[in-house]
Design a protein around this ligand. Structure first.
Ligand SMILES: [Fe+2]
Ligand SMILES: [Fe+2]
Length: 227
């Protein structure tokens, strides 16, 4: 099969306009809100899509690969519509069904669903560049706007860490082969230690993903290099 047949002309923009995709993202986010989880809606989906796309752009991966990383990023949390548990796997299967209607080729669908199915700590490995980019993009979205719990007395550690994150930025420097996650954390709200308590496994995942992309992962919190 030549490259022409391997690729469709489905774009991230067309997936973002798909009513079924958006209905599932919206419902999944509503259900997670009901059980007290942070924001996983359009904001998170759109942001993860563009970060995943940019990771591969800055590392000079082919244009089509960048686009597929964007699509995987946009759809990655859609499985929360079924259940929080195993949502990576259910998201992959739901995405496969939706992408059939949307018109991606089997090769493209394979890349997208493998990335989606590997984005969570419990069962996630950087099995290809799209999966590695998605892991880095998803795990770097820590931000105060994700906290939905309005009752301070009910804040859990996830709420505190997200609320304390005033700024997060993933920087890819191709020449130095480094991928750095830079965070500004308000230590009056959450101690850096709390960040590590819940994010250690995520950071290890980012480290593996960066290694897969032939890069070194750095974690910089409040201008201090911690990893
Ligand atoms: Fe997820
Ligand atoms: Fe996510």
């Amino acid at each position: 099969m030549n490259d022409k047949n391997k690729y469709s002309n489905v774009t991230l923009e067309s997936v973002k306009r798909n009513p079924a995709v958006n209905a599932f993202i919206k419902s999944a986010n509503d259900y997670l809100g009901t059980i007290g989880y942070t924001e996983h809606g359009m904001r998170h989906a759109g942001l993860v899509a563009s970060i995943a796309e940019n990771v591969l752009l800055y590392l000079d991966y082919p244009k089509r690969m960048q686009e597929l990383a964007g699509i995987a990023g946009y759809m990655h949390d859609i499985g929360n519509v079924v259940s929080r548990y195993g949502h990576g796997q259910s998201a992959a299967l739901i995405a496969m069904r939706l992408l059939k209607d949307i018109g991606t080729t089997p090769e493209e669908t394979a890349l997208i669903i493998s990335a989606i199915g590997n984005h969570e700590e419990e069962a996630g490995d950087p099995v290809n560049p799209v999966a590695a980019a998605l892991i880095l993009a998803d795990k770097s979205d820590v931000h105060k706007t994700r906290v939905r719990n309005r009752n301070i007395s009910k804040y859990d550690i996830h709420d505190r860490v997200n609320l304390a994150a005033k700024r997060s930025f993933l920087r890819v420097i191709k020449d130095r082969r480094t991928i750095s996650l830079k965070l500004s954390i308000d230590t009056k709200i959450s101690k850096v230690m709390e960040y590590f308590e819940i994010f250690m496994s995520r950071m290890l995942m980012c480290k593996n993903a960066a290694t897969f992309l032939n890069c070194t992962f750095e974690l910089i919190i409040n201008e201090r290099k911690l990893l």
